[in-house]
Design a binder for this molecule. Structure first.
Ligand code: PLP
Length: 217
C-alpha cells in the first residue's frame, strides 16, 4: 500500500511484460479522499491525479495547483454536457467521452476556447445496463465521429464488470484501440492494475491502494 509500493509494482509489471520503464502513467485517484492524504502524495512528488466528479474537483484542485507546480488532473467519471465547459477548464484529460452528444459539446467548446484536453473514449466492454460507455459494436464508428469533429482522441478507457475476469476486458479494449490506431489505454484499478499493464495499459487509475479506503460516510 502507498505510492512508493504501487510505483514499484508498476515498474515490475512493466519489466515483466517487456514494456519500457515509465511507459505506464499512474493516475492517483483522489476522489473522496481527505485533503491531508492528497497533500501527502503531492509532497512525495506525485503530480498526476484522477477525479470522478467535476464539482468535487473544482472544490479542491485550484488550491492544490497554487501550491504545487506541474499538477495534472484527469476526469475519470461521467460528464454532463452542461458541465463540459467547466470540465475543460479544470482537467488536462477527460477519460469519459461516451456519446455523440458530449463529443459535439466538447468540439463546440474546443473551437470557442482554442484548446481541448486529451480525450479517451469510454467503452462499456461488459455491455452492462447500468454502466456508462459506448458499446463495443459502436466504438469504431464513434472514434471516427470524434475524429471528424477534430477532437484529440488519445485512447480508450474501460471499467470491467466486477464479477468477471478483467483480463478479457483489457484484451478487448487493447484490440479495439489497435484497430483504430489509438495508443492510449486507460485501464486497471487497485485490484487489477498489474494485469492491465500486461495487456498494454498506458494509464492505470489507482485510488484506494495508494490513499487507503474511501470513507463515504
Ligand atoms: C474510483 C475509481 C477508480 C479507482 O478505484 P480504486 O479501486 O480505489 O483503485 C478507478 N477508475 C474509476 C473510473 C473510478 O471511478
Amino acid at each position: 500500500m502507498g505510492l512508493k509500493d504501487i510505483r514499484q509494482r508498476i515498474a515490475k509489471a512493466e519489466a515483466g511484460s517487456g514494456r519500457d520503464p515509465g511507459s505506464v502513467q499512474l493516475i492517483a485517484v483522489s476522489k473522496v479522499q481527505p485533503d491531508a492524504r492528497v497533500a501527502a502524495v503531492l509532497d512525495q512528488g506525485h503530480r498526476l491525479f484522477g477525479e470522478n466528479k467535476v464539482q468535487e474537483a473544482a472544490g479542491k484542485w485550484p488550491a492544490f495547483r497554487e501550491r504545487h507546480e506541474g499538477v495534472s488532473v484527469h476526469l475519470i467519471g461521467p460528464l454532463q454536457s452542461n458541465k463540459a465547459r467547466q470540465a475543460m477548464d479544470l482537467f488536462e484529460a477527460i477519460h469519459s467521452v461516451d456519446r455523440p452528444k458530449i463529443a459535439k459539446a466538447i468540439a463546440r467548446l474546443a473551437q470557442e476556447m482554442g484548446a481541448c484536453p486529451d480525450l479517451f473514449i469510454q467503452v462499456n466492454t461488459g455491455e452492462e445496463e447500468q454502466k456508462a460507455g459506448i458499446l463495443p459494436a459502436d466504438t469504431d464508428a464513434f472514434v471516427a465521429e470524434c475524429r471528424a469533429l477534430d477532437l484529440p482522441v488519445r485512447g480508450l478507457m474501460c471499467i470491467p464488470p466486477v464479477d468477471e475476469a478483467p483480463s478479457l476486458h483489457f484484451a478487448l479494449l487493447a484490440k479495439m484501440a489497435a484497430r483504430n490506431g489509438l495508443d492510449g489505454l486507460s485501464m486497471g484499478m487497485s485490484s487489477d492494475f498489474e494485469e492491465a499493464v500486461s495487456f498494454g495499459a498506458t494509464h492505470v487509475r489507482v485510488g484506494s491502494a495508494i490513499f487507503g479506503e474511501r470513507d463515504y460516510s
